[in-house]
Design a protein around this ligand. Structure first.
Ligand code: NDP
Length: 335
């Protein structure tokens, strides 16, 4: 039973040395627990925050702590009334091949649903999909005809945000880090325009061309220079959802900012940070709608799959290089 623990706290960008591989016995499930064999595990940008020695919405890891995260797995042995061997489950688990998890915290996964696969439960039907759902519909509330801009647009959250905004009748523009990703946004996801920020010098000009009527709503996954540019194009009463700031996660001396705050004055912009957990009482509702959209081909989803448990650190590190299209997951074992 291999597992990854936090080897050391990263200084700036994490690397392979941030993680340590250990070998442990397969645990015995105690009363109320379920022994789960990990099939897919999720790597997420927020995990970078847990590597810091700083309180936040997710507790910091200590050096030596097992890396935790969402998993899809198979029940091997159950000491909980609700679960039986052979069932598929989703829940908060660990970067380990096997784990004994509290049966109360697991939810069932149905691998037979149309257009869905096991890893989708970590993406469009998991935390990223719900983040996109509430951040778009509750925070941004796009109206038909609005222009919505999304940064990190080809990632797990961003790709779903753009499609939900399109369904609401908005014109959608996305920032992403490669031509392949821009083609994905425009050709597969129905974005009205995509901007490759890695080959564009003048984000402000590029955005003005792609969103000639200005920006009514901005879903921010990345922060930094992209957000600086978007803030210069906001229309009166614009809404800004601060979901993530991945461009800043590896900065040690974080630049003071957002640097374009004066640009929020004239548009009387409404800027709101949010956490998906705040909407926990409505998760089921969001999942029902997301599942319907996927089943009806209204929402497209993709998972980037890194094969092999030992490669989980590389999958995580790749998030900061833009290696993924859609949700990044690690395939640990065959169902
Ligand atoms: P993604 O699937 O979007 O993966 C991260 C992506 O960020 C990469 O693919 C990369 O794409 C982009 N990126 C990395 N570094 C930079 C940079 N310096 N500048 C611009 N883009 C960069 O991850 P998620 O969808 O899981 O998460 C997206 C954001 O949402 C994160 O910031 C995350 O922390 C946040 N989040 C917040 C939640 C909340 O409750 N508030 C819940 C879930 C996620 P590219 O090739 O385009 O650079």
């Amino acid at each position: 039973n291999r597992q990854f623990v936090l080897g050391k706290r990263p200084d700036g960008k994490p690397d392979r040395d941030t993680f340590e591989l250990e070998e442990r016995d397969v645990p015995e499930p105690r009363h109320g627990e379920v022994l789960v064999r990990t099939l897919y595990l999720s790597v997420d940008p927020y995990m970078r925050g847990r590597m810091r020695d700083r309180e936040s919405y997710a507790d910091p890891w200590e050096v030596g702590d097992r890396m935790a995260g969402h998993v899809v797995g198979e029940v091997i042995e159950s000491a909980h009334d609700d679960w039986a061997a052979g069932e598929f489950v989703f829940g908060e688990g660990f970067w380990s091949e096997y784990a004994a998890l509290d049966g109360d915290d697991l939810t069932p996964v149905d691998p037979s649903l149309e257009n869905l696969s096991l890893p989708a439960y970590l993406g469009v039907l998991g935390m990223p999909g719900r983040t996109a759902y509430f951040g778009t519909l509750d925070v941004l509330e796009p109206d038909p005809g609005d222009t919505v801009v999304v940064s990190g647009a080809a990632g797990a959250v961003g790709s779903t945000v753009g499609q939900i905004a399109s369904l609401a009748g908005a014109r959608v523009v996305g920032f992403a880090g490669s031509d392949e990703k821009v083609r994905y946004l425009e050709d597969d996801l129905g974005f009205d325009a995509g901007i490759n920020y890695k080959t564009t010098d003048d984000y402000r000009r590029a955005l003005a061309d792609a969103a000639p009527n200005g920006v009514d709503a901005y879903f921010d996954n990345v922060g930094g220079p992209i957000s600086d540019a978007v803030f210069t194009q906001l229309n009166v009463d614009a809404r800004v959802a601060i979901c993530g700031q991945i461009a800043l996660y590896n900065e040690e001396g974080v630049p003071t900012g957002p640097r374009k705050l004066p640009q929020l004055i004239a548009p009387r912009a409404h800027v709101e940070g949010f956490l998906v957990f705040d909407y926990a009482t409505r998760f089921e509702h969001a999942n029902d709608r997301l599942r319907d959209w996927v089943a009806n081909d209204d929402i497209e989803h993709r998972e980037s799959i890194v094969e092999g448990f030992a490669n989980a650190p590389d999958a995580f590190l790749g998030l900061f290089e833009g290696d993924n299209i859609g949700k990044q997951v690690v395939k640990v074992a065959e169902p």
